[in-house]
Design a protein around this ligand. Structure first.
Ligand code: ATP
Ligand code: GLN
Length: 142
């Protein structure tokens, strides 16, 4: 499978110090994605089981009428990863690299600006709260 990259557009709008990368992926690719992210120094990830439809759900079966029927929803996993702005593109590229099969249903990624991060244990906010001990920043600037 050829390597493809997220088409780089670093001028995110609105501008933010942190972004949430919200990826809706095939459940059986999630382990592969999360171990690759862990290797990069990503330490904070939230995962949920979700159900949805996109081209995959819509194209597999045609039901009469326009009402949504429960059986059109396909099981997916939502991965949410909050990172600093300078880490976004690498995370996007890694998710694409590990999750992509090239077939319909590979999923979609949403990029969401995040106003603040608060660590409950310490009350830290912003950069201090977003940084993870032993994470990407520690690895890249020891
Ligand atoms: P502490 O140092 O107090 O343990 P922490 O920053 O390691 O704080 P946790 O309390 O371990 O945070 O995090 C709780 C949950 O928050 C995690 O299980 C994960 O689901 C989610 N989480 C933490 N950081 C992130 C992040 N950067 N992106 C997405 N989810 C995160
Ligand atoms: N940006 C954090 C760091 O460099 C890592 C964020 C994350 O693991 N989601 O420590």
């Amino acid at each position: 499978l050829p390597v493809i990259r997220a088409q780089s557009n670093p001028d995110y709008i609105p501008d933010s110090k942190f972004y949430k990368v919200e990826a809706i992926l095939r459940p059986w690719r999630v382990q592969q994605v999360s171990s690759a992210l862990l290797k990069m120094g990503i330490r904070g990830v939230t995962v949920s089981d979700v159900r949805g439809f996109g081209s995959q759900g819509g194209s597999t079966e045609r039901h009469g009428g326009s009402e949504f029927s429960e059986d059109k929803f396909v099981a997916k996993v939502k991965m949410e990863i909050v990172v600093s702005k300078d880490q976004v593109e690498a995370v996007l590229d890694k998710i694409i690299e590990e999750a992509r099969t090239g077939e319909i249903g590979d999923g979609k990624i949403f990029l969401v600006p995040v106003s603040d991060v608060i660590r409950v244990r310490t009350g830290e906010r912003g950069e201090e709260a977003e940084r993870m001990t032993g994470g990407w920043s520690d690895i890249s600037a020891p």
